[in-house]
Design a protein around this ligand. Structure first.
Ligand code: PEP
Length: 249
């Protein structure tokens, strides 16, 4: 596993997509990224973690889980714990993706407990924050993100085990990328808010943008101040598109 908070990060969230046959494409991706010094992470569904971990051993590709339960084990049908993700060989986990927040409707305690469990199991967390269109149109987006950030910083957090992804909900899977100005302003806000916390006083974690990133817009997004990588959904499903995004830095 290789993660450097000072390198550019490219994370691909496959959501509920992917079959065993896709390992062939992962082999092709690994060849294309062999010389890359970026942090490259794929988040396949749980069913593919072990096979992707096996194929990506000794490569630049890292593997993660898309969510975890905050408990370690027990009567939680359909759930996966942080220690199970670690046991399957993955090193990363996404916490608080808006699709998971919407499905489970869980509050801030749940997010912080998941983060702590992930860190206790030596997983690096990508924590997603982002407002919906109603919050933005009411002009409440900065307050909303400040609150989500406050609820996402745990005593276990540090810049080596934490990545923050700003993903405005109105930009996810819609083709409506946030404007360069929207991204610049929100990332500056996130940067300032984190700097004010005791945990990140000495240095902020990496900040990613996510929401309809594709090979055409990635280069411009990556050139914005305080954007140190991207979290990609749809365009990460095609290994050649994901590679184009990686090469656009
Ligand atoms: C995501 O699911 O985190 C995401 C950003 O999706 P998309 O790139 O498809 O908008």
């Amino acid at each position: 596993m290789k993660y450097n908070p000072d390198s550019t990060t490219f994370a691909g969230n496959w959501k509920m997509n992917g079959r065993q046959d896709d390992t062939l494409d992962i082999e092709k991706l690994i060849k294309l990224i062999s010389e890359d010094d970026a942090n490259i992470i794929l988040f396949p569904p749980y069913t593919l973690i072990s096979s992707f971990v096996n194929i990506s051993k000794n490569s630049n590709l890292n593997i993660g889980g898309q969510d975890c339960h905050h408990e370690d084990s027990g009567a939680f049908t359909g759930s996966i714990s942080a220690s199970m993700i670690r046991d399957s060989g993955a090193n990363f986990v996404i916490i608080g993706h808006s699709e998971v927040r919407a499905m489970h409707g869980k509050g801030p305690d749940n997010i912080i407990n998941k983060i702590q469990s992930a860190h206790e199991n030596n997983l690096i967390t990508i924590i997603c924050v982002g407002e919906d269109i109603k919050v933005r149109s009411e002009g409440e987006h900065y307050n909303f993100i400040s609150k989500q950030l406050k609820d996402s910083v745990s005593t276990t957090s540090n810049r080596n085990n934490t990545i923050i992804a700003y993903e405005p909900i109105w930009a996810i899977g819609t083709g409506n990328t946030a404007t360069i100005e929207d991204i610049y302003e929100m990332h500056a806000h996130i940067n300032n808010t984190l700097q004010d916390t005791d945990i990140f006083k000495k240095g902020n974690p990496s900040l990613l943008y996510g929401g309809s990133v594709n090979p055409e817009n990635a280069g411009e997004i990556l050139s914005i101040d305080n954007v140190s990588g991207v979290l990609v959904g749809g365009s990460s499903l095609d290994y050649s598109k994901f590679n184009e995004i990686i090469k656009s830095k």
